[in-house]
Design a protein around this ligand. Structure first.
Ligand code: ADP
Ligand code: MG
Length: 342
């Protein structure tokens, strides 16, 4: 069935079924009125929103609707994770062409609600429109955190250690394999990298531990690439940073794929987007404690990648001793030279 045969209100009916996936107790009125009515969670509200536009953020023939629904929520969960918060309630904006198959949207809603259930997020409303070209998805997510536990970009100080959760560069390599697979990357590595791109995970548990253990002075999620996102932390904090290139966490799958693709895994780890790991600046005396707490809570280690220094800019230290100043190097939607992104 096409969307034009189903109509807007039947579509909203489908999206609203089973949409209150989290804490029902706070919800006074969910989908179906002019506005949702909800008791504010305790503490500060964290509010974030992200757009996914067909042809800009995703290629509809490379990602399944279920993966897309999950990714739409994931990119927002990652922002809440970076602030150290707990995700609570979501609003979903959808613009779709009239000829869109309803089955495709149903699968997208399923993916969205599946992850909402896993992360206890209520879907409390949204808006729906016809789109003349392609799918446009937007999600607004509200989270919460006690005031003393919110992690900002702006608290990093010289001497802090820079740590990241998980490996870097996998998603960028996965995207490359989705766009032009030479067929020569070992099958299991290629599959794992494609999944890293199509099914990223938000570091929610890691974010909570970073926020509650003490000693973490700033954090950001790595959506545009480590180099670019570290630049944001540096500007917000009025500091500079040094990255030890060989210490960047690269997976075996990435190394295996890069051998075939002729890429440098550490370059991809520096500039590749959409890994959704967290980068944090941690007071030196707290690094050990924070690392142990994250490993204990999540089973995943933190990796130290560099240090915060006085001054401005990000400096790379390569194993041969040479140093490089970098300016950004991540994704900018409006700078043509940044190339194309799926
Ligand atoms: P209005 O005319 O006030 O904008 P709508 O008819 O657009 O109302 O929406 C009716 C109800 O359906 C509202 O509760 C709204 O939040 C919800 N809704 C509309 N579109 C979506 C969507 N894509 N996802 C979730 N809820 C939606
Ligand atoms: Mg509306």
């Amino acid at each position: 069935m096409r969307l034009s045969e189903l109509g807007e209100f039947a579509l909203i009916d489908r999206v609203s079924r089973g949409a209150v996936c989290g804490d029902v107790g706070r919800v006074v009125r969910a989908i179906g009125d002019d506005a949702a009515v909800v008791l504010a969670p305790d503490g500060l509200l964290l509010v974030t929103t992200d757009l996914l536009v067909e042809g800009v953020h995703f290629l509809r023939d490379r990602i399944s609707p279920r993966q897309l629904g999950r990714k739409l929520l994931t990119v927002n969960l990652s922002d809440i994770a970076a602030m150290g918060g707990v995700p609570r309630d979501a609003w979903f904006g959808l613009a779709a062409p009239a000829e869109t198959p309803v089955e495709e949207l149903d699968e997208l809603f399923e993916g969205l609600k599946e992850l909402a259930t896993e992360t206890r997020v209520n879907l409390l409303g949204g808006d729906t429109s016809l789109s003349p070209h392609g799918l446009v998805l937007s999600l607004t997510l509200v989270g919460s955190a006690p005031p003393e536990e919110v992690l900002l970009r702006s608290g990093a100080r010289p001497g802090d250690h820079l740590v990241v959760t998980g490996s870097l560069g996998d998603s960028a390599a996965g995207l490359r394999l989705l766009l032009e697979d030479p067929g020569t990357v070992p099958g299991t590595a290629a599959e794992a990298l494609r999944r890293a791109h199509l099914e990223p995970r938000a570091a929610l548990a890691e974010g909570r531990v970073l926020a509650t253990t003490g000693g973490v002075r700033a954090a950001i999620d790595i959506s545009d690439g480590l180099a670019s996102d570290l630049g944001h932390v540096c500007r917000a904090s009025g500091v500079g940073a040094v990255l030890e290139v060989t210490s960047l966490p690269v997976s075996e799958d990435l190394v295996a794929a890069c051998r075939v693709l002729g890429e440098d895994p550490h370059r991809l780890a520096l500039t590749g987007g959409e890994d959704y790991r967290l980068l944090a600046a941690v007071a030196p005396e707290a690094v050990q404690r924070v690392s142990e707490a994250v490993a204990e809570a999540t089973g995943r280690p933190l990796t130290r990648v560099g240090e915060v220094v006085a001054g401005i800019g990000v400096e790379l230290r390569w194993p041969d001793g040479h140093r490089e100043e970098i300016a950004g190097g991540g994704w900018d939607h409006f700078v043509a030279s940044a190339g194309e992104r799926a």
